[in-house]
Write a protein that binds this ligand. Sequence first.
Ligand code: GDP
Length: 205
Amino acid sequence: MLIRTAKFLTSNTRVDQCPAPTLPEYAFIGRSNVGKSSLINMLTDHRGLAKTSSLPGKTQLINHFIINDAWYLVDLPGYGYAKVSKDSRAKWEKMINFYLRERENLACVFVLIDSRHAPIASDLEFIDRLGNMGVPFVLAFTKADKQSGSRTHQNVLTYVEKLRETWDELPQYFVTSATEKMGREEILTFIEEVNLNAAPTKDNA
Ligand code: GDP
């Protein structure tokens, strides 16, 4: 898929204030510093679209972007900040659960995982939550350029084995690097295919 246009639309704390659910939507989420903003900017080929390295504790917002006037890309507030208060953690939980449950045009959630690390409890918990809620999701392993290809491969295998302990069906996954533009074509092709299925009568290319 060619990215012709990528525009910021709105930031919201409430799901009912998000743009009308008329287009398929893809949400990106992960632990702080996982490389979410960098991946979004790499996918859309817009360097400043998502703000990189946003500070923890900042207002937690659901950020909507519109791509090719055909689908929404959503930057969701992350989890796993070390210094977050109980209060803002509870607010995050409420907002994210509501978003996942109520956002009717949500086509897929991209859960971002740092490819350098062994499985981390907060990521596994979030994956379990998506699975239990029946929300479609895929994994995107980030920062693959930071280590050798074989090391990344080994870490991904370890991750998949960990998921196999709980799940019969394993999620699709992508190996990415924002600096190398790795995984870009694969993810955009995936989105293109889901878009076609989401709206068979419309031209979402
Ligand atoms: P976010 O907090 O999840 O949005 O993460 P950012 O996109 O702000 O990235 C956090 C840090 O990791 C920044 O210093 C980025 O430059 C760096 N980073 C993100 N993605 C990559 C990547 O694919 N490769 C490398 N080498 N660094 C990355």
